[in-house]
Design a protein around this ligand. Structure first.
Ligand SMILES: [Zn+2]
Length: 460
């Protein structure tokens, strides 16, 4: 059903080698509970039926665009994880407790959202026709500026305020849920709209393929790349940032975690997050200064930095940090934090997500260390996939260094695949084995560590 492309994420340049395992081996400790921290099975809806018989314990299913929000919600309503205890109770006995939904808008589709200033009727009041609105909005956020023909082939824009309101409702309805997939991508280019000239390929063949519903297209949820060639048009970074920031703030408001995509934009991504948690940083005192405090006068220790590697001088940090405590936020804004409740838990709303997963993390060890600095008030996890992290020689070469820099309690694994079933289990087994090898963990110990990390990412 998922065909030969099952190992290649839909929408990616199909350059990945086909060395990914598509089956699992018998000596793998599935019974200890393996969590896929990031995947897209709703891109192949026919594969959803295989979820209850998968070896993976739980899948974190991402929404990315208008076409998959309802699909993710409906899959979650049938297989939702009820509670933290349910995930820690060993293998799922049936179809329940198998899916954690994530609702969000991916940077690849960010051009489709426009800021309506929280006014639902903004488009109507502007007096513009839909075509005029599309030309105005897409002309402003795409680079280079698109032709009229290109714009005509793009979907109608969606007001950002309405999308955020829908997402808030979906997360609250789902109970155990998160925000995702969101992020920034400097390399992505929009595919040519269906039916538009694509160099030597011509348009008729593509359109016929789309309309005729040939196999490759008919199995996939619409809205993705579906094998189309890429245009030169990119989404301008300030617009991507705006869409990302709005969703990060929503995660902070709801107190839920977030799954983040960052490609060739690690510096901007860190700046966006740091901008949101500015004023909430944890108080950090260097050990040198701590020695000046009379012994026993104050306890500066915190479990948060137990695994922190002190040797980050290249980032200009003072060495030997200790954290005062988890609540020691500096300069907290005076307005009282709002109280919200998700899945029966009350929490203080903040402008940033409490827990963040940087999925298929492709940054350097130095970038990683910025996020695990003890002053950072969010708990940042790093998820790895064979599909992205190990599909090129460069990625595989860097994987070991990045993994070594990653604290043991911040590692997650994922498939990032677009089809549930055996291939997804195979990809999860492969990345789990490689992470355990890289970390020097015996397999069973590693699977338990990764499961516990996932529970911590999900529930805090
Ligand atoms: Zn993804």
């Amino acid at each position: 059903m998922c065909g030969g492309g099952a190992g290649i994420p839909e929408g990616q340049t199909p350059a990945a080698p086909s060395s990914l395992p598509s089956s699992t081996s018998s000596d793998f400790p599935w019974h200890l509970g393996v969590a896929d921290a990031h995947c897209h099975p709703t891109d192949t809806m026919a594969s959803i039926a295989s979820i209850p018989s998968m070896k993976a314990r739980v899948l974190t299913v991402m929404a990315t665009r208008s076409q998959d929000q309802d699909l993710v919600a409906s899959v979650a309503s049938k297989h939702a994880v009820g509670s933290r205890a349910a995930l820690q109770a060993g293998p799922a006995p049936n179809a329940a407790d198998r899916v954690v939904p994530a609702f969000g808008w991916h940077p690849w589709f960010s051009y489709q959202l426009y800021d309506d200033g929280d006014d639902d009727d903004a488009a109507e009041k502007s007096g513009l026709t839909t075509e005029e609105l599309k030309a105005k909005l897409y002309g402003a956020v795409l680079s280079p500026a698109p032709s009229d023909e290109f714009v005509a082939g793009l979907p109608d824009p969606v007001p950002l305020g309405r999308f955020l309101a829908d997402t808030r409702r979906r997360v609250l309805d789902a109970g155990v849920a998160m925000i995702g997939e969101v992020g920034l991508d400097k390399t992505f280019r929009l595919p040519w709209p269906w039916g538009m000239a694509q160099g030597s390929q011509g348009s008729a063949g593509e359109e016929e393929r789309r309309q005729g519903g040939q196999q490759a297209s008919s199995e996939l949820t619409p809205g993705g790349r579906e094998g189309r060639m890429l245009s030169p048009h990119q989404v301008r970074m300030p617009h991507q940032v705006r869409v990302l920031e709005a969703q990060l703030r929503l995660a902070g408001e709801l107190g839920v975690p977030v799954s983040v995509h960052g490609v060739q934009a690690h510096g901007v991504l860190f700046d966006v997050l740091a901008g949101l948690w500015k004023g909430y940083e944890k108080e950090v005192v260097s050990r040198r200064k701590q020695k000046l405090v009379a012994p026993g006068a104050e306890d500066f220790s915190s479990s948060d930095d137990d695994d922190y590697d002190d040797d980050d001088d290249e980032e200009g940090h003072d060495d030997g940090f200790q954290v005062s405590d988890g609540e020691g936020e500096l300069g907290r804004p005076k307005d009282r934090p709002r109280i919200a409740a998700v899945a029966g838990r009350r929490h203080k709303s903040k402008p940033f997500p409490p827990r963040i997963c940087l999925h298929s993390f492709s940054g350097s060890p130095q970038t990683l260390k910025q996020y695990v600095h003890p002053a950072v008030p969010a708990k940042v996890f790093f998820s790895f996939s064979s599909t992205i992290n190990l599909s090129t020689a460069g990625g595989a070469g860097r994987f070991g260094d990045v993994l070594r820099a990653c604290p043991d309690d911040r590692v997650l694994v994922e498939s990032d695949l677009h089809c549930a079933g055996d291939a997804m289990d195979g990809a999860l087994e492969d990345i789990t084995r490689r992470v355990c090898e890289g970390k020097g963990w015996p397999l069973e110990e590693g699977v338990v560590r990764l499961r516990n990390n996932y529970v911590e990412f999900l529930f805090g």
